[in-house]
Structure formats: structure tokens, C-alpha cells
Design a protein. Structure first.
Length: 132
């Protein structure tokens, strides 16, 4: 069984991205963004994404809509939707995100956004094959 306390799990990692759990149909990832940092505009063609914010404030841009979100907020990004999340506060932005199906290699840890981008570009961060 994979079970966590959301706020404690998000606060336990200072990495840009840490994959906490990968199963056949979902993946749980914690992310920490520095002040002014963003996730980067992207589209997941085959993945729904749910983001749960635990600390800080963010500018959420999803499908052409923009709003401020923060601790206690949840945002759903349907597959195929252009999105970006930017830390709009002075401190850290912490969140957990759930991908369905998984979007990253199991047990992935990227200390920084630059490290994450390089791993994706080089093909080192590839999700596991889909399960039926």
C-alpha cells in the first residue's frame, strides 16, 4: 500500500521533482519550485494531471485561463491541455502532482529544473510502458 500525508510528503523533498510512487495507471510526484521558477509550458497528450498545492502561491495557466492558486488548492489539467505553473511568491512553492498514466521514469529524482529538462531531452526520463 502506498499512503502518505500530503503536506508532510511535499515538505519532505526540496528537489524540483521526486517520483514517490508509480503504478500501472498513476504516478505520484512531489515538486518544489524556487521563487520565480516555473514548471515550463507543456502539453501532456496522453496524461491527465492533478496538482495539489501545499505551500506558497502559483500563477496557474491552464487551457488559456489564468488564476492564482495556493496551499489547499487543487487543479486538474486534462490530457492535451497546454499549461504552466509559476511560483508567484517570495518563498518555495510545494505541490504534489498525480499523472494518469505515469509521465516519468519510476523513482526519478531531479534536483533542479535544468536537470529535469536535460533528462527529458536526452531520453533518460521516460515513463514505463502502459499496462492494460
Amino acid at each position: 500500500m502506498f499512503a502518505i500525508t500530503i503536506e508532510k510528503a511535499a515538505a519532505s523533498y526540496d528537489n524540483f521533482r521526486t517520483v514517490l510512487n508509480t503504478s500501472g495507471h498513476t504516478q505520484v510526484v512531489t515538486m518544489t519550485l524556487q521563487a520565480g521558477e516555473d514548471i515550463g509550458t507543456e502539453v501532456h497528450e496522453h496524461n491527465d494531471q492533478v496538482l495539489i498545492f501545499t505551500e506558497g502561491t502559483a500563477r496557474a495557466e491552464v487551457g488559456g485561463e489564468t488564476r492564482e492558486v495556493g496551499a489547499g488548492d487543487l487543479v486538474v489539467v486534462p490530457a492535451g491541455t497546454r499549461h504552466n505553473f509559476s511560483n508567484s511568491g517570495d518563498g518555495l512553492l510545494r505541490l504534489l502532482t498525480i499523472y494518469a498514466p505515469p509521465d516519468h521514469a519510476p523513482d526519478t529524482v531531479h534536483r533542479t529544473k535544468a536537470e529535469a529538462e536535460e533528462a527529458e531531452k536526452s531520453g533518460q526520463d521516460v515513463p514505463p510502458p502502459e499496462h492494460d
